[in-house]
Design a protein around this ligand. Structure first.
Ligand code: FE2
Length: 283
């Protein structure tokens, strides 16, 4: 095992989309450069085996995904109350392989500054390029939360009609799990919710599984998926062309160029938790 980070080894990671597994009843996956065999049992549960040793690993099915722990689980899979709300579509938006560290994917997801340049005409457009000041905090539960994030978006959602100022809230639950809450035009006091469960295949390779919890009113399922896939297809080449492919944790390694307070806290939080897999650790 090339990953030595206990915080990662003893945590749960998504390795398969349940719908995909149901279609094939077995599939292979890779996590921390370890090959896994995943089988769907007759009772609907999943069995995940380490291919080389044959060892059966702790696994669970939750939120429409297969989760596995390669070490000894030290905590539960994250709680997502939105996934249980009947007036939301709760769907997988797809599983995308990306040739970059999953930590890079998290940081990109947290960055509003790239909207006008990478998602031009959708999540941003010139001249609305400035990231206004926002709040960032580390919660007592050891999560990173960014609030009061406002950004002008020409096409903020699959059903948007004209540009709006969107409010985001970001949340980093675990080193490889990040979500956002986003304005829903129909409900001023509720938000659409998107979470990325990132599977660290290797230190410079990952699969990004995403779950979408959109309020149903005025939406339909295929459009939500289509929108997510469109946006992610714009991020993928940017992520894959970033160098170095691992996320540098030394505060002096990369000068954050935009208003990325949240990225600075994320890197510090990774350092404090001794996360090195997918990172270039601080000297
Ligand atoms: Fe993006």
């Amino acid at each position: 095992m090339t990953c030595h980070d206990r915080i990662l080894l003893d945590d749960w990671h998504v390795v398969a989309d349940l719908e995909h597994l149901r279609q094939h009843s077995r599939q292979s996956a890779e996590l921390f450069e370890q090959q896994l065999d995943i089988n769907l049992r007759a009772d609907g549960s999943a069995e995940v085996r380490h291919k080389e040793t044959g060892r059966v690993l702790p696994s669970q099915i939750k939120y429409g995904f297969v989760w596995v722990c390669v070490g000894t689980p030290s905590r539960d899979i994250i709680e997502i109350p939105e996934a249980g709300e009947a007036d939301r579509y709760v769907v997988s938006g797809g599983s995308f392989p990306v040739r970059a560290s999953g930590l890079r994917v998290v940081e990109n997801f947290l960055d509003m500054g790239h909207f006008p340049f990478v998602h031009t005409g959708w999540l941003g457009e010139e001249p609305h390029t400035e990231v206004a000041p926002y709040q960032v905090e580390l919660t007592p539960d050891d999560e990173i939360i960014a609030t009061e994030c406002y950004f002008y978006q020409p096409v903020a959602s699959p059903t948007a009609e004209g540009g709006i100022e969107v409010e985001y809230k970001y949340r980093v639950y675990r080193p490889y799990i990040v979500s956002l809450y986003k304005t829903n035009p129909a409900y001023p006091d509720r938000k659409d919710y998107i979470v990325l469960f990132i599977q660290p295949v290797g230190p410079e390779d990952c699969v990004v599984h995403n779950m979408l919890c959109y309020l149903k009113e005025g939406m339909n399922e295929p459009d939500i998926r289509w929108f997510m896939q469109l946006i992610f297809a714009q991020d993928k080449p940017i992520l894959e062309n970033q160098l170095p492919k691992r996320l540098p944790l030394d505060p002096r390694a990369e000068t954050p160029i935009r208003a990325d307070k949240v990225a600075i806290l994320y890197r510090r939080w990774l350092r404090d938790h001794c996360v090195s897999y997918g990172a270039i650790p601080a000297a």
